[in-house]
Write a protein that binds this ligand. Structure first.
Ligand code: HEM
Length: 434
């Protein structure tokens, strides 16, 4: 089971077959079990990838290595974006860094609030809410407003078509594998996405802004129209899909954790006006519960890196041209690093919680939902401000409740883009409280 050599250990055929029998079709659960078994080695190899588990080894790989996007974006519309490029990334990231800065995202809170308030009105008209659907519409609108200076809905009512194309590509093809990238449906969705992104980019370039250059203009100037369009697709997809996946999971956890909704509602009522006035304010219980959600259910289950030469990690030799997956999902749920690691404990990140026998920090807590290093998620501050505001609004205005269709929540992975999806939409009862 555990070869004693400098080669990363590889689970036997017997072990992987047993795991397949126990968790049929659930690769994420199989890999989570392998993480718990191999944690003491810090890594294991499986299916052509080396999975890194040890925090120090992972940090070292994140810092030293280039993004390993070569084959994980192969069939993706995002293959020409800077996500897939280690050469162009530094220049592109430097040019747009100011737009994504925390202070700039907080300064853009007003634009987000406009969209969130509209969403609150939409939710008010419903008694049963498809949380995935409403979250995606909201997240896409926020990306449109904040990053492109556009009202996407107003562009000939394209928003629904854009969502359909994105869902066909990301959800139906890559996560659920209902259709293949060779299918006519996929090709049509890709074409629709391309046409719509071109139109969105054209419109974004026309939006005049005398004070500073917009994201579209900066990217267009340094990369040219074609590559700029791919990057726009990246922002549309990465910017909406991730936050839009987080909200349903979070609200599902809220309604399934006794007493949590009431506590968060009380906090939302207290912070509502303060947060509207200053988006840098942190409601501590919401922040802790959100951090815990991103720990227990990392929306991006792994970070991809590639070696360009032989590399030593602890006592292991990693050959050149190896594909590494820093396995966030497993690291975040590993009992060696986190007490009650598989349980959602909303107060885990609250100040003072440590004293109640949380030894995670003593054991070297390693929380990396947005990645780390030079390629850390560029949209993390956008995501955080958006999640904080949207959830404060939702909990202030509504009470959510379980309806039968919600149970149980299962996760499937789009390995191509490294994103976890819920296997079905989260549907909740909703009642307005004020
Ligand atoms: C909960 C929300 C989000 C999560 C969990 C998340 C997570 C991640 C992770 C893990 C990476 C890879 C980092 C690495 O390789 O070290 C990443 C990259 C990226 N994310 Fe996010 N993300 C989120 C929201 C967003 C948003 C709102 C945007 C908005 C535009 C965005 C844009 C990007 C881009 C462009 C990259 C590629 C960066 C690069 O390769 O240099 N993400 N994200």
């Amino acid at each position: 089971l555990f070869p004693n050599s400098s080669t990363p250990p590889q689970p036997s055929y017997f072990l992987t077959s047993v795991l397949k029998l126990i968790y049929p079709g659930h690769e994420l659960k199989q890999l989570e079990c392998l993480t718990d078994i191999y944690f003491r080695y810090g890594l294991f190899q499986h299916g052509g990838y080396i999975y890194l588990l040890d925090p120090r080894m992972s940090q070292s790989a994140i810092n030293k290595l280039d993004k390993g996007a070569v084959e994980y974006l192969q069939n993706s519309p995002l293959s020409d974006s800077f996500l897939g490029s280690s050469d162009r990334s530094p220049e592109t990231r430097r040019a747009i860094a100011a737009i994504f800065r925390k202070s700039n995202m907080e300064a853009n809170a007003g634009k987000m609030i406009q969209v969130i308030e509209r969403t609150v009105e939409k939710i008010s008209r419903q008694s049963t809410l498809n949380v995935n659907q409403i979250s995606l519409q909201m997240a896409l609108d926020i990306v449109g407003h904040v990053l492109f200076g556009l009202e996407l809905d107003a562009l000939g009512c394209k928003q629904d078509k854009l969502i359909d194309a994105m869902m066909t590509i990301l959800h139906r093809a890559y996560a659920l594998k209902e259709i293949s990238p060779e299918s006519s449906e996929f090709k049509q969705a890709e074409k629709d996405l391309d046409t719509m992104t071109s139109q969105i980019l054209q419109s974004a370039l026309e939006v005049s802004d005398d004070v500073e250059k917009s994201l579209a203009r900066i990217l267009n100037d340094i990369t040219g129209f074609k590559e700029c369009k791919s990057n726009m697709e990246l922002f549309l997809m990465a910017g909406s899909e991730t936050t839009a996946s987080s909200i349903p999971v979070f609200l599902y956890l809220v309604v399934n954790t006794p007493g949590l909704q009431k506590e968060l509602q009380e906090e939302a009522d207290e912070y509502f006006s303060k947060l509207r006035a200053d988006a840098s304010i942190v409601p501590p219980k919401l922040e802790s519960a959100l951090r815990e959600m991103l720990r227990a259910y990392a929306i991006a289950p792994y970070i991809s890196r590639r070696t360009h030469e032989e590399m030593k990690l602890r006592d292991f030799l990693i050959p050149h041209d190896s594909s590494l997956r820093i396995f966030t999902w497993g690291i975040h749920r590993c009992p060696e690093l986190w007490p009650q690691s598989k349980t959602f404990l909303p107060g885990r990140f609250c100040p003072g919680y440590k004293s109640k026998a949380n030894t995670a920090s003593e054991r070297g807590q390693f929380w990396i939902p947005f990645g780390a290093g030079a390629r850390v998620c560029i949209g993390q501050h956008l995501a955080w401000v958006e999640l904080k505001l949207a959830l404060t609004y939702f909990l202030h205005y509504f009470t959510f409740s379980k309806v039968k269709v919600t149970e149980p929540l299962e996760f499937c992975v789009d390995w191509e883009h490294a994103v976890v999806h819920v296997d079905k939409d989260v549907v909740l009862g909703v009642a307005r409280r004020r």
